[in-house]
Ligand binder design. Sequence first.
Ligand code: HPA
Length: 240
Amino acid sequence: MTPHISAQIGDIAQSILLPGDPLRAKWIAETFLKDPVCFNEVRGMLGFTGSYNGQKISVMGTGMGMPSLSIYVHELLDIYGVKTLIRVGSCGAIGDGLGLLDVIICSAASTDSAINRQKFGNIAYAPVANFYLLREAVRLAEERNIRHTVGPIMSGDQFYIDDTSHLAKVKSHGVLGIEMEAAALYTLAAKFNAQALGIMTVSDIIGETKELSSKEREQSMRDMCLIALDTVCQSTSSLD
Ligand code: HPA
């Protein structure tokens, strides 16, 4: 057990899907996993382990933002020996031509995070996705005709931003969307010699006020989860 996860060693698979929302973790477990068992309820941050295509896979919420994700992901990597982590989340789009519900497979995550500044000082460390997970996710999205874009995003410390001028700057350097977790996931996975990827659906277009119906959200969540589950299955068949 750790301060934030009540599972025993072995209760958590070496491969895990990580939505921000713990109730989304429950939905993923109940929708896609066979015989899911809940391994964590501490602080309501639900986690489940079950099987998918005969392979042991876990899913757990991370909460919002890099401080919250970092606590859970650090413990998953350091104590539970997790090796493959895929964030299935949402992002706000800033890239031209992106629409609501588009899937972004995130090759890199710039960040304004104070965490990475504390870690690296004046080195602008580049948090990147694992190449093999990225390649497999792109292959699966292509095979299934799921509309997707591959490219960099930015993980910010703030959702409500007073001064948004930095968004134009990163957009002009190819950043497609903003969210709040991937940079910490990529950085921690690198530290623990594990492999990580972020797949995001576009939940809002920055500067616009379009709303999504819950049905629309669910379909794109399904597409994203299937890409993530099949990617871990292809990439980790000998781990558990
Ligand atoms: N900003 C930050 N994180 C997000 C957003 C956003 O607009 N949408 C989804 N996650």
